[in-house]
Design a protein around this ligand. Sequence first.
Ligand code: MIG
Length: 819
Amino acid sequence: MRRLSPRPLTRPASVGLLRKAGTTPYARAMSRFLPLASLLALVAASSSAQSTAAAKGLNVTALTPTILRIPLATPGPSAENSSWAVSAAVRAQRAPVTPTADGFTTDALQVAIDQKTGALTLRDRSSRTILAGLSLQRTAGQTVFTLRAPMPAGERYVGLGDKTGGLDRRGSSFVNWNTDAYGFGTATDPIYKSIPFFIAVGKDGAAYGVFLDDPQRSWFDFGHREENVLTIGADAGPADLYLIAGPTVADVVRRYTDLTGKAPLPPRWALGYQQSRYSYMSEAELRTVAGRLRSEHIPTDVLWLDIDFQDRNRPFTVNRTTFPDMKRLTADLGKDGFKLITITDLHIAHAPNQSYSPYDSGVAGDHFLKNPDGSTYVAPVWPGPSVFPDFTRASTRRWWGDLYRPFLDDGVAGFWNDMNEPAIFDTPTKTMPLDTRHRIDSDDFAARTATHAEIHNVYGMENSRATYEGLLRLRPNSRPFVMTRASYAGGQRYAVTWTGDNSASWDHLRLMVQQLLNLGLSGFSWAGADIGGFTGGPSPELLTRFTQIGAFTPIFRNHSAKDTPRVEPWLDGPQQLAIRRRFIEERYRLLPYFYAVAEQNSRTGDPVMRPLFYDFSKALTAPCDQSMSFTVGRDLLVAASPKPESPQAYDICLPGGGWYDYWTGKRVPADKISETPALERLPVFVRPGAILPRQPLTQSTAEVPSGPLELHVYPGPDCAGTLYWDDGTSLDYRRRAFLRQAIRCSADASGLRLTFAPRDGSYRPWWRELAVTVHGWTGASRVEGAGRPIAATADGPGEALRFILPDQSRGGEVVIRRQ
Ligand code: MIG
């Protein structure tokens, strides 16, 4: 059995469970079924102070009317009220509850525990069942608890972060154990991240969420071993189970991100196209790539330097032969509209007496992990023998953050935390021994030692936290940009992520969509996959498809491995380049829309990239294979072929009908259409009722667009759009230096009314005029604003009506009358 370091029993839950159940030797308790009801009753008896916010007799705590917390007592010494995912302030929240005979109610829920079976049932206030019969079991073997729940027919299960397989987890089982998964396939598990959170979505769209806040190795089985039975277990605790009510998927995601934190608004340049390679080997090579991107007119914002820019793969060094002057390099690239991101792996070279300051200062501050005997843990990674910062110590995170100072001074804009599962070479486990010692000193954890078994799954997240918080300390008014490979629930607060070492295959193109959707539903709205695939080499068609679809994914980065063919967009000749360029350009034209979605995400948690059913529950029963369909925000629907390698026609379902073709602006005549694939095409549609902002093409987000801001109006129900803008890089938007404006439209027989709400915030944008296009407009029209006629042109019957308005900074109304 796993051995954990001693830890004070501060959580009444486990005291109650263990004492009252009379299970002194833990092993005896392992095989015993312990009904949740008695567990909770026992807990309450020993911890009335803790359960004041809950119903009498139960220790199900309502943090809010829709979020329940259930501490899962585990018999280890590690039973304190602490978490890496949920802040102390959030854990301390309490919603008022009213006791009932078998549980309690909140403003939104009824919680009932069956006294015989111990099963928990959750209903809404109108007694509709949300989740029936969740029970807790003690089982023999390594697992210390198992949760069981029935899986109603037709319910699907989404989330769990970057796991492979399909969007729906039903029928599969997964292990949460952060793993360097180089060359992973469509069924490889576990992989890089552990996000022990899923959403159950019923046929009608009714949803609830389950979050097991337990960083220890855990597993989720969605009816794999036992048909129609959901089971969840973990090797050790402590754990908190959170039940999150909907009723909609969006409600659950918003509440899950209320619990674990919102992804902050990234710098606007992070929404641009990004070009990477393992590795651009020298300044000269990087300048050549940059020059080619500009001369080929491929809009680009970011260039990435992988490990070879360093001296002997040592983090926080620069190879001064190949990169003699980083400051001049970033300055020159900056003039050309590029930002530079560099990699900074966590493994510090074990290099005593070599004037390698990250090692020397790390030793001086006692920042590295230890073996059980107290010696420093040393293991091979890229720099050779390496040592590993103990990111569970606040002081170590601070030391780590300060290592970024010279790079920020050199003008490096963002940082890449790779290998932080952590990956270790030359060992079958691919990671460090489980008894490697951490010395937690952080947040509201008790200061104590902990084994790597306990910390493993949060190690990467705390690495990215150290980076994020360090950057913020060094540049208090800049939005930090960090990308991490490994993470845990809540990691979205610190870093964006990517799907690691995918492959250049059609399967991986499919996998990208599923992984990014599930990451978005799991809080990680900012995620990308290596465009083209990291390993192998894509065919020209595959790279083109990757680029087309990638242009609509949150993080859009082309990256590839050493010793594979180059995959910069121009590599397959002018015809392929022309297609790829057109899609990258479209990303740039859509920037005002993407940015408004980004800002909304930072407040609500609504993903940037969403499954269709996120906003349209009708999609749950659509008679189409939608595995390669998704929306960006609510208004743009991308419908790639579910068999992207095949020339065969496929069906596209447009939820509710009435959608517009994004490329032509015309209304699509049906809610189900057939698409015959052509390489230069990617079907994209616009929601009826969308008001989509676009901007003139630029070669980077640093370039100020010239001309008016475009507003594309697609008449339909709930017709609305949002403009959001700010300086793109600073945190001044938190002090009202932003621009937010709601726009609505309403149509009736006489015409269409376009209403601009008064603008909120103090930011003054680059545009002076608005170029409005009303799509799907028929007939001659008269356009009037502020009582005066506005000149308008019509493309043709049933097509578009266009006119220019002065910027509506104070709000206003435009009326379009049919004649
Ligand atoms: O052992 O830094 O996933 O994106 O190019 C490989 C080199 C280490 C793995 C990352 C990949 C990166 C590579 N890294």
